[in-house]
Design a binder for this molecule. Structure first.
Ligand SMILES: CCCCC/C=C\CCC/C=C/CC(=O)SCCNC(=O)CCNC(=O)[C@H](O)C(C)(C)COP(=O)(O)OP(=O)(O)OC[C@H]1O[C@@H](n2cnc3c(N)ncnc32)[C@H](O)[C@@H]1OP(=O)(O)O
Length: 243
């Protein structure tokens, strides 16, 4: 799957819905045993959740948007397929969550590309299931420090922390991703799938059990004037940085 929503592959409601439907179709296709996720937008894997979806909209919209974010994660993190992220650009916040939800992460070895859960820098808080996914990849201590500081880690640092599994030159990324996919697909599906479920079930079940509460929390949180102000200021900062 190649993300192609310029300029930055931000995860809008429309993008998330299309991504989830795409994953569902592949999941139901018995001929498809694995998926490599990458980007067709130069230098950007995904800029994370579309901030405009969280600014100045109705309560109903926030609810619909958050359900779509949850749905995407439940499908990807809970997928029976082998999932490999070929991270060919920067990947903050929700973009990082997509990579973390895959079975294996390969990143282009460009120190200008960074990845991490930077929510704290926006004045917002990563929800518990973002945190759980992060902890399952890098461990509690690294996740705690990185989350509190809202760190975006340049590719070499991300590899040192275990946030990505390996770095390769950009031109070799897809070749390497295909080789990793072949290695994982060499195992019998049933054994690999049951193992994956065993490792991920508790974290998936936690969101399923608290899904409606999580939506309510998101709506309450994002509707606060202080949070709206932080998000508006962040968007202005992005635009100013450009000019
Ligand atoms: C206690 C209870 C807690 C419950 C709380 C529940 C939930 C709250 C948590 C919600 C979770 C949110 C997770 C997220 O994903 S938030 C999004 C975080 N994303 C970012 O911080 C990335 C911001 N973007 C960048 O850093 C850069 O844009 C870049 C990705 C590095 C690319 O840089 P560059 O190539 O230089 O491009 P520009 O910066 O010029 O951007 C082009 C264009 O795109 C707009 N844009 C960028 N990112 C976003 C985005 N995420 N959403 C919307 N729009 C974005 C940018 O403003 C430019 O627009 P203009 O061309 O119109 O100026």
């Amino acid at each position: 799957m190649k993300f192609k929503s310029p300029p930055v592959n931000s995860l809008s409601l429309e993008f998330l819905t299309e991504f989830s439907i795409g994953l569902e179709k592949l999941e139901n296709n018995r001929a498809c045993r694995g998926v490599i996720i990458t980007s067709a937008v130069p230098k950007i894997f995904s800029s994370g959740l579309d901030i405009t979806e969280m600014c100045g909209k109705s309560v109903e919209h926030y609810g619909e948007f958050w359900r779509a974010v949850q749905e995407m994660w439940l499908r990807l993190y809970g997928s029976n397929m082998v999932t490999v992220a070929a991270v060919n650009g920067s990947s903050p916040a929700g973009g990082c969550l997509i990579a973390l939800s895959c079975d294996y992460r390969i990143m282009a070895e460009n120190p200008k590309f960074s990845i991490g859960l930077n929510e704290a820098q926006l004045g917002i808080v990563a929800p518990f299931w973002f945190k759980d996914t992060f902890v399952n990849v890098v461990g509690h201590r690294i996740a705690e420090r990185s989350l509190q500081l809202g760190s975006l880690h340049p590719a070499p640092e991300a590899q040192r922390l275990g946030l990505v599994d390996e770095l390769v030159p950009e031109e070799k990324l897809m070749e390497k991703a295909a080789a990793v996919m072949a290695q994982w697909l060499a195992l019998p599906d049933h054994a690999r799938q049951l193992t994956k479920t065993m490792m991920r079930k508790a974290v998936l079940d936690r969101l399923v059990a608290h899904r409606e509460e999580d939506i309510k929390n998101f709506i309450t949180f994002v509707s606060k004037e202080s949070i709206q102000k932080s998000l508006r200021m962040y968007m202005e900062m992005l635009k100013k940085r450009k000019s």
